[in-house]
Write a protein that binds this ligand. Sequence first.
Ligand SMILES: [Zn+2]
Length: 290
Amino acid sequence: MFDGALVNFILYEGVDYIDDSDLMQFEKGDEKTLLENHYIPGILNVYFAEYLTNSSKSSICGYSDNTDNRDIIVVKNSCSINDSTLAHEIGHILSLVHTHGVSNTQLTTELVDGSNCDTDGDGICDTPADPGLSSDNVDNFCNYTGSATDANGDTFNPDTSNMMSYSLKACRTYFSKEQIIRMYTYFTLEKNRFTQPGVVPEIVIEEEDYDKDSLTAVKLFPNPVQNGNIYLSSTKIETAINFKIVNLQGQALANGYVENNEINVNRLPAGSYILQLQNGNSTVIRRFVK
Ligand SMILES: [Zn+2]
């Protein structure tokens, strides 16, 4: 499932059985004991607990936390064999947002016609706008049965098989191409401590062979940004280059066309960002700091 993102998983030193009945009934937010006694930095730590609840005591299948350089996933035992919870949580670890957007309670502002797909919902354009799926609006054959409409009055037509949706667990079977690209990018730029020491992964995603309009050689300067603009090293590229700026949580913050080899980033707060540049032939990913 993660093949396209060039990620594969290797079990680190076997499975560690944690003999601690206090941890059997685990509540999200109570990671202190886990982190102090059972956490190995530099790898993805996946914990299984017999019972798992969120902070409002509702039972949940799993959650992930990739903040503060920690990389943990906790999965309820009974959900570990449903074929999608663990993959969904790994999607989060690799920066993916739910297809219904960052809020689990408010209706997505992503429009059915795709016009704001870059910035709203999951910030990914090959996943259709998703009004929030559950067993209330997905039937046992994985058909969407809801009738919610967006701000334009268009009826949602969500993808019930997307791994990052809240569709029925058994319906979730795949990541979209752009989700795979985002995971690969994030993994390469932010999680490369997972790779073997000394191996620096190539950070270019080429869809076709090299040609004169390829963005492969483009570099950014100054980095960190100094005067509110980031510049592309001079290119002889004749095709239009469009850009997208994403924060490390995977949210798209800006997009448009590059003009005069510069991008104005004045309104972004200080922080680290991922810049995706794309023209007819190639997509490249660069990181910058403001
Ligand atoms: Zn989730």
